[in-house]
Design a protein around this ligand. Structure first.
Ligand code: COA
Length: 171
């Protein structure tokens, strides 16, 4: 795996870096807390070594939202994104993103999504797509801030019958 220098942000107090095997249990735990239909552990294992699988880890400058005393280096969020070829150009796909419930609202999601988009752009993606539940206001406004626009709707995409909105951002 290539190692990236962690991209730190003094405001959120986390650094974003590529995921490693040792992060998987923490990632899986956050996934289970975040989603009614969580990915299985093996799904995350498959994305190890993929440059778009990133984690946010607390640093020693972390404010109270993201760290408690003595827990420097805790994984508090992750994003999984990749690129797929499509008619001669690469399309990026943000497949999964979540932040530990007690660390939300502190800028970690923004930092993860920003890092994932930079990675996808670096891989030559011309655009990026993702799916989001219609009812997921927090995620929808995060994506809106990053310039994602509603392209189409997949009715009853989720197990509970909820629609998925397909959002796209062109680079
Ligand atoms: C979506 C999620 C990743 C955002 O992470 P976060 O660290 O809380 O987000 P940030 O603190 O970086 O906030 C970024 C933006 O998201 C939006 N946002 C975050 N929390 C919000 C809330 N409770 N209500 C409305 N908007 C919210 C805002 O636009 C915010 O920007 P602002 O601070 O300038 O207002 C997080 O809420 C989460 O893990 N949710 C559960 C998993 C999930 O739904 N993932 C998305 C699947 S498509």
């Amino acid at each position: 795996m290539t190692t990236t220098a962690p991209a730190g942000d003094p405001e959120s107090g986390v650094a974003v870096r590529e995921a490693e095997r040792a992060d998987l249990l923490a990632v899986f735990h956050i996934e289970q807390e975040a989603f009614p239909q969580p990915w299985p552990f093996s799904a995350f294992e498959r994305f190890l070594d993929d440059p778009g699988f990133l984690v946010a880890q607390t640093t020693d400058e972390s404010p109270r939202e993201t760290a408690t005393v003595g827990d420097d280096g805790r994984v508090v969020g992750y994003v999984v994104a990749d690129t797929v070829p499509n008619h001669g150009e690469a399309i990026g796909h943000v497949k999964d993103i979540a932040v530990a419930p007690e660390c939300r609202g502190a800028g970690v999601g923004k930092q993860l999504l920003g890092a994932a988009l930079r990675t996808l752009a670096g891989e030559g993606a011309a655009s990026v797509k993702l799916e989001v539940r219609r009812s997921n206001d927090a995620a929808r406004s995060l994506y809106e801030e990053f310039g994602f626009e509603h392209r189409n709707t997949v009715p009853r995409y989720y197990d509970n019958g909820e629609d998925a909105l397909v959002l796209v951002r062109d680079f």
